[in-house]
Write a protein that binds this ligand. Structure first.
Ligand SMILES: Nc1ncnc2c1ncn2[C@@H]1O[C@H](COP(=O)(O)OP(=O)(O)OP(=O)(O)O)[C@@H](O)[C@H]1O
Ligand SMILES: Nc1nc2c(ncn2[C@@H]2O[C@H](COP(=O)(O)O)[C@@H](O)[C@H]2O)c(=O)[nH]1
Length: 308
């Protein structure tokens, strides 16, 4: 063997060894013997390490519960190119990936677990818009249909948007313990989450999304501590005001009242398990769905449809 051939053979052996080492790391992450965060740490500590040569995509895909499609979406959201290696990440990409690996991924790893996810946030942040997007684009998601004493708005459909009840009927459901939670919202009407459809869906292995106010979110957490609370945030306060006024469904007095409540509600965001900024409806919906650990189901069940 002349010297260049020796070099080539050595390089090829090194490449095979590195490939095997990367495969072993992926297996260890997959079997939960090694945390994905520690792999990232090793990669960043030394550019000579095997971890440094791993693709971000491969690391994410080795996490139980994360398939190629989901990983592609996550990387897009984190602003990381599909072929990027761990050692090639910029500082902000490193931060976003670390946050993802330490906060979100561990929840997803609890494979097969069904989820009760509560989406709450201040008025006009876009809860209804994000929920509608989820209903239309993720048919496997169960959306709870609330009961309310407020009058239907034009276009709202009984049993789809809400169950519209009079005070007497609402009282009787309260007395019979038929609500998982209920509250007077914006000091005006009562809203409540009927419990039986939620119990049925969870018992049959499906995850459920509730779009309710913050008082309701607190009640759900007290009744079911395993529920995951998601707080939807506006990009800025001014944008929240713009959305509320732009929607044009409230009088100026009602807008004032809702904005006063919104300030109090924004101060409660730290009580929540996750915060999602609604700058873009599609991206916010994808983040919420990801937190649901969705299990595909053949059809929607009665009493668990989207709001319109
Ligand atoms: N990402 C977004 N970018 C721009 N506008 C948005 C976005 N999300 C929602 N909106 C708009 O903001 C307004 C308020 O949204 P929506 O009615 O969904 O809020 P909400 O949180 O359900 O409000 P409420 O709690 O008062 O019922 C709507 O006009 C909606 O079209
Ligand atoms: N506590 C609950 N809050 C609910 C429920 N369903 C909806 N809501 C919240 O009410 C306000 C106003 O809704 P709107 O349709 O009249 O604009 C909004 O913040 C909803 O999230 C519920 O079952 N329980």
């Amino acid at each position: 063997m002349n010297p260049p051939e020796v070099d080539r053979a050595a390089a090829s052996r090194a490449a095979v060894a590195a490939r095997r080492a990367r495969a072993a790391i992926k297996r260890a992450v997959n079997e939960r013997r090694l945390s994905a965060v520690s792999v990232l740490d090793n990669a960043l500590r030394s550019t000579e390490s095997v971890e440094a040569t791993m693709r971000v995509r491969d690391l994410l895909q080795s996490i139980p519960g994360l398939g190629p499609v989901r990983v592609e979406r996550i990387m897009e959201r984190l602003g990381i190119a599909p072929t990027k290696k761990l050692a090639g990440l910029g500082v902000h990409q490193q931060e976003r990936l670390r946050e993802y690996l330490s906060q979100r991924a561990p929840q997803i790893e609890r494979d097969g677990e069904t989820r009760l996810v509560v989406l709450a946030g201040p008025t006009a942040v876009g809860k209804g818009t994000v929920s509608t997007y989820i209903r239309e684009n993720y048919p496997e998601v169960c959306l709870s249909v609330s009961a309310t004493t407020r009058a239907p708005r034009p276009g709202e459909v009984e049993g789809v948007s809400y169950y519209f009840l009079d005070d007497e009927r609402f009282d009787s459901m309260v007395d019979a313990g038929e609500f998982l939670e209920w509250a007077v919202v914006h000091n005006k009407s009562r809203y409540g989450t009927p419990r039986p459809p939620i119990d049925d869906a969870l018992a049959s292995g499906r995850s459920v999304l509730l779009e309710i106010d913050i008082q309701g979110a607190r009640q759900v957490k007290a009744a079911m501590p395993e529920a995951v609370l998601v707080f939807l945030l506006p990009p800025t306060w001014d944008e929240l005001v713009r959305r509320l006024i732009g929607r044009g469904t409230e009088t100026p007095e009602e807008q004032e009242r809702r904005l006063t409540t919104a300030k109090v509600e924004l101060a409660a965001q730290d009580e929540f398990d996750h915060r999602v900024v609604n700058s873009d409806v599609q991206a916010a919906a994808a983040e919420v769905v990801e937190l649901m650990q969705i299990q595909k189901a053949p059809a929607q069940e009665a009493g668990l449809r989207g709001k319109e």
